[in-house]
Write a protein that binds this ligand. Sequence first.
Ligand SMILES: Nc1ncnc2c1ncn2[C@@H]1O[C@H](COP(=O)(O)OP(=O)(O)OP(=O)(O)O)[C@@H](O)[C@H]1O
Ligand SMILES: [Mg+2]
Length: 259
Amino acid sequence: MVITVSSIKGGVGKSSVVLLLANNLASRGRKVLVIDTDLNNTVTVYYTMGIGRIGEICERQNISLAFSTGKIDDRNIVASRKQNVWVVPSSLKLLDQRSMENVEIKRILRSPKGFDDILIDTSPTWDNIVAGALMAADLILSPVAFTEYNYNMSACLLSKMQTVMPDQAKNLYFLFNHWSDQYSKYPTSLQNLVLSMYRKGIDNLLSVTLPDTRFVDRYTNFDEKCCIKSPHTGCARLAAGVNNLINMIYEDKKVVEIF
Ligand SMILES: Nc1ncnc2c1ncn2[C@@H]1O[C@H](COP(=O)(O)OP(=O)(O)OP(=O)(O)O)[C@@H](O)[C@H]1O
Ligand SMILES: [Mg+2]
C-alpha cells in the first residue's frame, strides 16, 4: 500500500506519523520504503543518523535524482538503520524540480518494486511535488492539531484535491493527532470546538486518534521505543493508537508490543 502523509499546515505531526507507522509496519515483518519529499528532511535524518558517511551517500542517492532519472530503484534507495525499513532521502535540489508534472511525479513515486508498503512524507505546502505525492497514494492521511487555523487549512487541502484530483480526494482522511482525553470532557475546550468544526465541514474523519504526548519528541529525537506496556502513559497510549490505526487501515488485529 502507498500511504502519503500530508497537510498544508506545518508542524502537525506528518513526519512523526510516517515514522511511527513505518516502524510499526516493519515490526510486523513488512518491507517498508519511506520516501522523503520534504526539504526539511526529518525522516531522512531519523533513519540515517549514525550511519557512516551518510552525508555523501545522500548526495548520491536521493529523491531528486529519482525524479531526474524517472525511477526509484537501487540508485536512490538507502538502507536505513532500522530493520525492514529503506529510505529515499530528501534533497535540496527538490527546490528546482517544483515545475515537474505532477503526473510524472506520481508515476515515479509508484515505481519502486519489492516493498510491502511505501510511506511518503511531504512538505507543508501545496505544489506539484505534493500534488504528485497525493496522486500516488492509495491512502492519504492528514494529521490534525487542534487549532481553528488547522481546520481552514484542512478544508483548503480537501477543496484543492476535489478540484484537481476529485477521485483521490475520496482517499483523504483526517487523523486527530494531539488528542487529549482530558480536554474532550470540557464542552468549551478548544479541542471540542475545533472537533465540531471538522464534524460539520468534513466527512472523512478517522475514529482512531493519536494522543498529544511529549513522548513523540523523545521517539523521534532520542530514539526511544514505543511500547504498549510502558509505565509512561503517553508512550503506552501512542503505541495503542498506532496499532489501532494500522489495524484499521489493514483490517488486521495484531498488536506490536514494542516498536
Ligand atoms: N501527538 C503529538 N503529541 C505531541 N507532540 C507531537 C505529536 N506529534 C508531533 N509532535 C511534535 O510536534 C513537532 C512537529 O512534529 P512533526 O515534525 O512530525 O510535524 P510535521 O507536520 O512533519 O512538521 P513539518 O511541517 O515542519 O514537516 C515535533 O516536535 C513533534 O515531536
Ligand atoms: Mg515533517
